[in-house]
Design a protein around this ligand. Structure first.
Ligand SMILES: [Zn+2]
Length: 392
């Protein structure tokens, strides 16, 4: 059998290791002379770590402009305002973006890096899939150096930024192959102070991404190898990182798993859990990671038969199983994920997230998109409605 043809995208350079944030100045200097910085939380700012990064940048001759701090998933207005602020500084050809934080900060920086150099000023909404005017990036994005801190979303390695709006309600992607951050600097030490809840949700997001990217109908060999190894790292580590935020081995494993999940999803796409997660974000304001965690057990159940062989391979590698029967091995993975979600206090019912029966049609509608299209088998609206109804 011939392999399906594939392309493979990844950041140009990945710099991984404890304490390696000290290299930020030299790395940034290789991308430009002025860095616009997006920070992921006030806690990170207060810790003094951002000031230390800025000092390294200055030492390397890189001027610093603080663009903003964002601790929620970015809205259209957040992107438009940050782009306007960057432009007020008089854009230069050697500008770069630097994001330090979780998925929200990195997504905001990716969107700003993409839009700032565009010749026609327009709202990010006009570039979003499915809701805007369908504009495409005419100019290449500014280079971006991404420093993830939550060990979860993997957005440091993807080519899209997820942007939301409350009125009208939507959550859509700005996507372009050139939006993958140029350099990813992962220093697991930055994740040490992340709260148990954020650690749990972002960690389960990474696990969902690793599983969905492995079994998606667009699965390809390089991303699949990353999924196997990523899941082997993440399954035992996520709970350890939640229970002891200073567990260095667990933090490091999660930082790697998240990165692998990002590279995998950027190349293969995702599935049912991520499709519904976007709609849950819009309809019930559920954070992305939590929404994925809530949906993962049901998504696995819905795909168990179609993806039995793939789930069994994942289970054997990641859980070191010797089980030769595919059905039994796949079931072990499902059982493990279900138990993990329970122990990490992931709500099993949509009603616990504030979802009402009347919202189901809107949830079904809002779940359509790239992720659901990549699910191993087609799930029509009636079946999706039934899946969600059973979770109420
Ligand atoms: Zn995700």
């Amino acid at each position: 059998m011939f392999a399906a043809p594939f392309d493979f995208f990844a950041p140009q350079r990945i710099v991984f290791g404890w304490g390696r944030r000290s290299e930020v100045g030299t790395l940034a200097a290789g991308l430009g002379r002025r860095a616009f910085i997006v920070v992921g939380s006030r806690t990170l700012e207060r810790s003094g770590k951002v000031a230390a990064l800025e000092q390294r940048l200055a030492q390397a001759g890189v001027a610093v402009v603080r663009l903003g701090t964002i601790s929620r998933e970015p809205l259209v207005a957040d992107v438009d305002e940050a782009v306007a602020r960057l432009r007020e500084n008089g854009p230069q050809s050697d500008d770069l973006l630097l994001a330090v934080g979780g998925g929200s900060a990195i997504d905001l920086a990716k969107a700003v890096a993409a839009l700032a150099p565009q010749p026609e000023p327009a709202s990010v909404r006009d570039y979003l899939e499915g809701v805007g005017r369908g504009l495409k990036l005419a100019a290449a994005p500014l280079p971006l150096l991404a420093m993830p801190t939550t060990g979860g979303t993997g957005t440091e390695a993807t080519k899209n930024a997820v942007i939301s709006s409350q009125d009208p309600p939507f959550k859509k992607s700005l996507r372009d192959d050139r939006m993958i951050p140029r350099i990813v600097l992962v220093d697991p030490e930055l994740s040490i102070g992340v709260s148990p809840a954020t650690t749990a949700w972002t960690g389960l997001d990474a696990i969902t991404q690793l599983i969905e990217a492995y079994i998606t109908r667009n699965a390809r060999p390089i991303p699949q190898s990353l999924c196997l190894e990523g899941l082997r790292l993440a399954l035992p580590a996520v709970e350890r990182a939640v229970n002891d935020g200073a567990d260095r081995e667990a933090r490091e494993a999660m930082a790697q798993a998240a990165l692998f999940s990002g590279i995998a999803l950027a190349n293969s796409g995702l599935g049912l859990a991520h499709g519904v997660a976007a709609a849950l974000g819009v309809q019930a304001n559920v954070p992305h990671g939590l929404a994925c965690a809530v949906m993962l057990p049901s998504a696995l159940k819905a795909n168990r038969e179609t993806s039995q062989a793939g789930l069994a391979r994942l289970a054997r590698y990641a859980m070191n199983l010797t089980e030769s029967d595919d059905a039994a091995a796949a079931q072990r993975l499902l059982d493990h994920v279900n138990a993990l979600c329970r122990r990490l206090n992931v709500p099993a019912r949509l009603s616990e997230l504030g979802v009402h029966r009347e919202q189901l049609p809107a949830l079904v509608q809002g779940s359509h998109g790239n992720s659901l299209n990549g699910n191993p088998r087609t799930i029509d609206d009636a079946e999706l409605h039934a899946i969600l109804e059973a979770m109420l």
